[in-house]
Ligand binder design. Structure first.
Ligand SMILES: Cc1cc2nc3c(=O)[nH]c(=O)nc-3n(C[C@H](O)[C@H](O)[C@H](O)COP(=O)(O)OP(=O)(O)OC[C@H]3O[C@@H](n4cnc5c(N)ncnc54)[C@H](O)[C@@H]3O)c2cc1C
Length: 493
């Protein structure tokens, strides 16, 4: 009988298993799919010799998050790759916003949209570097992140914290209008906010967009050589080296609960007993496994149309910067992002989808044969979207900015992913912090010794491993395996 069972071998489940094993617990992980990874997986989806990232593809959170850093992925086989730029956002007037790890290059690009915006970006980054350590620590700490808040208070003082709280709640429009003159900066921050289901008008959007853009500035948007799956393999390798048993192709059918506490899980009709159960699955799956209906307040993030291509050569973007950036954002303006969000809000398939586009050849030649390219993209969509039609519209968006793109397409793979797959719940304010997950944003559930360890709980979606970390630390603390104040990410339990 293992000390702990983890349900799901996505990034959060694998981090949780590692943290528990680091503390000396015996751990079994049950994964429904044939391979580990969850939404961190690569495969030859279209044709042999071309490696596509099936879901997620770019990992600023993995390299910045204290929980994932503690996994030392590089020691377990991950080789991070970067392109010459981090991301590019071409605009219809022929200009192109460029985010570079070299701040001079980013600033020069923003100055092209409005002189002085480069200086405003530098000032924002100076502020960011003051608050980043506390914010990242807050990721890998259950709600409320007391230490992170105390550290911000010490750094900024009460007035500074009040101003930060206001800033954090601002939508993209007012956040960028207060700081910048040009559309370039608004697009840089706005399009990053729309990685999640935040619109230019949503509370939190400005800060969320800044968060991703600032991580891009400081760490890039790296991707692993050989495909996203290398991250999952590294996490699994690390766990197995510590004695964790990972069983793939084994969906958990039910969580066994008696007398208000979990007793283990049922797999293949057999009860596997364990004292602790960490459910690194969505909140909807957790409730299904408990035989409950999910409360209506657990609102999912939108469905997604995901497209993967194999191409006969690199994408011929008109804007030179877009040819140098692994990530390219496609939207004409901030207003265009609002129109796209409004159509989605009304349940319609956007006429002009906002496309998050990825290409690898400048950074990782192992993803495609010589001279060829693999490309990745997604856009939000209604759950009943016609995915082929949306994929065609996404290709139109690329073709507008890269004439000749369609002629390079060798093949494509299109998938409509149901709501909740990217973020495990909307990223809007009403589903953040104490509102997220099952119990005040914390990993503990109302069943004793059962923890929610996935993207459905704080801090939400993305490959940072923090939800798995927090759940494991919570379980260890309850077992008395961790002193109070121990288990901070960065100091493995
Ligand atoms: C299209 C797409 C693009 C994305 N792009 C990025 C990106 O570029 N960068 C980024 O940081 N994030 C990105 N994300 C988000 C990120 O991938 C997810 O937020 C993250 O994978 C969530 O991790 P998790 O471990 O909580 O859940 P998941 O990765 O969803 O893993 C859950 C696992 O649980 C398993 N499971 C479910 N039910 C059971 C059961 N009953 N028994 C056993 N196993 C079960 C599933 O098979 C799965 O393996 C993207 C997501 C998607 C879908």
């Amino acid at each position: 009988m293992p000390d702990a069972i983890v349900i799901g071998a996505g990034p959060n489940g694998l981090v949780a298993a590692n943290v528990l094993a680091d503390a000396g617990l015996s751990v079994a992980v049950f994964e429904a799919e044939a391979s580990v990874g969850g939404a961190v997986l690569s495969a030859e989806l279209v044709e042999p010799g071309f490696v596509n990232d099936v879901y997620s593809a770019f990992y600023p959170l993995a390299v910045a998050s204290p929980a994932m850093r503690a996994m030392e992925l590089e020691r377990w086989g991950v080789r991070w790759r970067h392109g010459p730029l981090v991301l590019a956002h071409p605009t219809p007037d022929g200009r192109c916003v460029a985010l570079s790890r070299d701040i001079d290059e980013t600033a020069a690009s923003l100055d092209e949209y409005a002189p002085g915006d480069g200086a405003a970006w530098r000032e924002l980054m100076r502020f960011w570097t003051r608050i980043e350590p506390a914010l990242l620590r807050g990721l890998a700490a259950p709600v409320p992140p007391v230490r992170a808040a105390a550290s911000l208070l010490a750094r900024l003082g009460p007035r500074g914290v009040r101003e930060l709280a206001r800033t954090a709640l601002q939508p993209v429009r007012s956040f960028t209008a207060e700081r910048f003159e040009g559309e370039g900066a608004a697009l840089l921050i706005g399009a990053n906010a729309l990685h999640a289901d935040l619109t230019p008008e949503s509370a939190l959007g400005g800060f969320y967009g800044l968060f991703l853009a600032a991580l891009g500035q400081r760490y890039g948007f790296p991707f692993p050589e050989g495909g996203a799956g290398q991250i999952s393999k590294a996490l699994a390798r690390r766990a197995e080296a510590r004695g964790v048993t990972i069983v793939t192709g084994s969906p958990v059918e039910r969580i066994a609960v008696r007398d208000g506490r979990t007793r283990g899980v049922v797999v293949g009709g057999v009860e596997v007993r364990s004292r602790e159960v960490l459910a690194a699955v969505s909140v909807w799956e957790l409730d299904r496994l408990l035989g409950r209906a999910t409360p209506a307040s657990a609102e999912p993030d939108p469905a997604v149309v995901k497209v993967d291509w194999t191409l006969d050569g690199p994408v011929p973007w008109s804007a030179a910067a877009a040819r140098r950036a692994p990530v390219v954002h496609l939207a004409d303006s901030l207003d265009a992002l609002t129109e796209y969000s409004a159509e989605l809000g009304q349940g319609r398939e956007p006429q002009r989808p906002f496309v998050l586009f990825g290409q690898y050849s400048q950074g990782d030649p192992t993803r495609a044969p010589d001279g060829k390219e693999t490309a990745w993209a997604y856009t939000h969509a209604p759950p009943d979207a016609n995915s082929e039609r949306t994929a065609n519209r996404m290709e139109d968006e690329v073709e507008r900015r890269a004439p000749g793109f369609k002629a390079l397409v060798r093949g494509r793979h299109v998938a409509l992913l149901p709501p909740g797959r990217v973020n495990g719940g909307t990223a809007q304010l009403h589903n953040q912090f104490i509102f997220r997950g099952t119990r005040w944003g914390r990993p503990r559930t109302d069943v004793a010794h059962l923890y929610l360890a996935s993207f459905s709980v704080h801090p939400g979606g993305g490959v940072h491993g923090a939800a798995g970390w927090n759940a494991a630390v919570s379980a260890l603390r309850r077992r008395g395996k961790l002193a109070r104040g121990g288990g901070r990410a960065g100091s493995p339990a």
